[in-house]
Design a protein around this ligand. Structure first.
Ligand code: SAM
Length: 237
């Protein structure tokens, strides 16, 4: 059965966006969508808007800048999504959420799909979170204008781990974060570029030595660039 993605958004025209593109000859997300490897259901928040202007937001109680997405509107769209896709986890994109990790992305990819709620303005009325089951997720410590780009990040990261999406399934097993380390450096032709050569070991044909070199490089890069990841990796090994 195809992996189900459902997105709740004020900008339905933003989807599938980058996810609809594929590179010629490679089974990336765009082609996989056409081939039914995954499906995309877009739920437009505006359809649940109030009054003749289908308004979805209002001024913040207590004053302050910006507007707030109404809880009743958000909840109506959520209820429709959950009824159409029972059993799927619901992620709400928000900077205050739990940081997205490769482990969470892998779990999403291994499951039946995901519903992603995209907010705008200053965010959603807190009573939406009080009354609906959602997992609040952040894609990093910075603020975007809306959840659509963040939703595409989540979907892209999960979809490329689905069978039939990536050209070579091994690509997902051997890259940054999959084993708790950052990835080793890559090289390809030409053999010499502006005085820099490919490390001899990579052209030696000795696969055991290549694997050992890559492991050593991964460890070195992680230790230097991400001491937080390195500490966790050291404790596990
Ligand atoms: N007032 C909010 C705050 O200070 O946390 C920021 C709201 S932001 C302008 C509008 C929406 O963009 C958010 O509700 C969320 O859906 C999305 N968004 C912004 N930054 C994000 C991030 N780092 N991760 C996930 N979603 C984000």
């Amino acid at each position: 059965m195809s992996w189900q993605a459902c997105v709740i958004t004020l900008l339905p025209e933003a989807f599938p966006g980058i996810l609809g593109h594929s590179l010629a000859g490679r089974a990336l997300a765009g082609r996989a969508l056409d081939e039914g490897v995954w499906s995309l259901d877009i739920i437009a928040l505006r359809d649940f808007g109030a009054g003749k202007h289908q308004s979805v937001d209002d001024t913040p109680s207590g004053g302050g800048a910006g507007m707030v997405l109404r809880a009743d509107i958000a909840a109506a769209a959520y209820d429709k999504a959950v009824a159409a896709h029972p059993g799927l986890p619901v992620l709400a994109m928000t900077p205050r959420g739990k940081p997205l990790t490769q482990q969470r992305v892998q779990a999403l990819a291994d499951g039946p799909g995901v519903i992603v709620f995209c907010s705008r303005f200053e965010g959603v009325d807190e009573r939406f979170y009080d009354t609906r089951m959602v997992e609040e997720v952040s894609i990093g410590d910075y603020v975007l204008s809306g959840g659509e780009v963040a939703a595409q990040v989540v979907l892209d990261a999960a979809l490329r781990l689905r069978p039939g999406v990536m050209g070579d399934a091994r690509s997902g097993e051997d890259e940054s974060f999959s084993a708790g380390l950052l990835e080793y450096p890559h090289y390809t032709r030409p053999a010499e570029f502006e005085g820099h050569n490919i490390p001899d070991i990579l052209t030696s044909g000795d696969h055991a030595k290549v694997d050992a070199w890559r492991q050593e490089m991964s460890e070195q890069i992680t230790r230097e660039r991400r001491p937080d990841l390195w500490e966790i990796y050291k404790k596990k090994t």
